[in-house]
Design a binder for this molecule. Sequence first.
Ligand code: G3H
Ligand code: 13P
Ligand code: ZN
Ligand code: NA
Length: 283
Amino acid sequence: MLVTGKEILKHAHENGYAVGAFNVNNMEQVQAIIEAAEETQSPVIIQASQGGLKYAGVEYIAGMGKIAAEKASVPVAIHLDHGTDFKQIMACIRNGFTSVMIDGSHHELEENIKITKQIVEMAHAVGVSVEAELGKIGGTEDDISVDEKDATYTDPDEAARFVEETGVDYLAIAVGTAHGPYKGEPKLDFDRIKVIKEKLNMPLVLHGSSGVPEESIKKAVSLGINKINIDTDIRMAFHKAVKEFVSKNPDVYDPRKIVGPARVAMKEVIAEKMRMFGAAGKA
Ligand code: G3H
Ligand code: 13P
Ligand code: ZN
Ligand code: NA
């Protein structure tokens, strides 16, 4: 069933688990997510980045998401990941997304508050939930030093003010994760998660979660993370399965035979994440 992001994440916040938010840009990914969610009985968030929307088209992403959600017995939200453009956010809402992210994290605090507040007012008026971001989530090339931490990681007091002034429904925080694969092992600032959770008492979001070891994920969830974004690990499962199939069957040209095994591989990775996040059985 199709629900808002707020509804899904309120339940996760109150019951101490995290919902997987998986990036999509094609049909097989959407199907893999829903199959994993049904198999593990997990609530789930299907999300698309601006790049994903550019690739597939907002109507296709929304259309596939809505069909998947309607067919599913578990709660499903359709979310815009890292939105920055007002028109694009409007287009997502008009097409039936039930949650949007406004990522103003690259702006100064005042500007981030201003643009986030505008999106919250507009989205809430039509019953759509909003995620915002405070602090800077690393790219893989960033090797953040101890000194840089305080400048780039989410400041708990700023976060409290940000939430109060914007009315955002859930907040993405920078605590040491990075988008893409990791070179070494990521070190999360668990104390910061704990302090922010105590101050905010609301759903918190972890980006860049592919490649984070299981123990760290579980600890982050136990301290208050309720939405966990995964893209890279699904891309890698897709790539590995396609590569294996094509190298073993170089003359098979039917797309269904090539991409079919990748759909199964993606489903397995996604189901494993759902169990790891504590979402299994929570639908
Ligand atoms: O946040 C980043 C996501 O992994 C989306 O990546 O912009 O390549 O679609 P993308
Ligand atoms: P990964 O690249 O670690 O999968 O992060 C995805 C993400 O945060 C999407 O917003
Ligand atoms: Zn992200
Ligand atoms: Na990552």
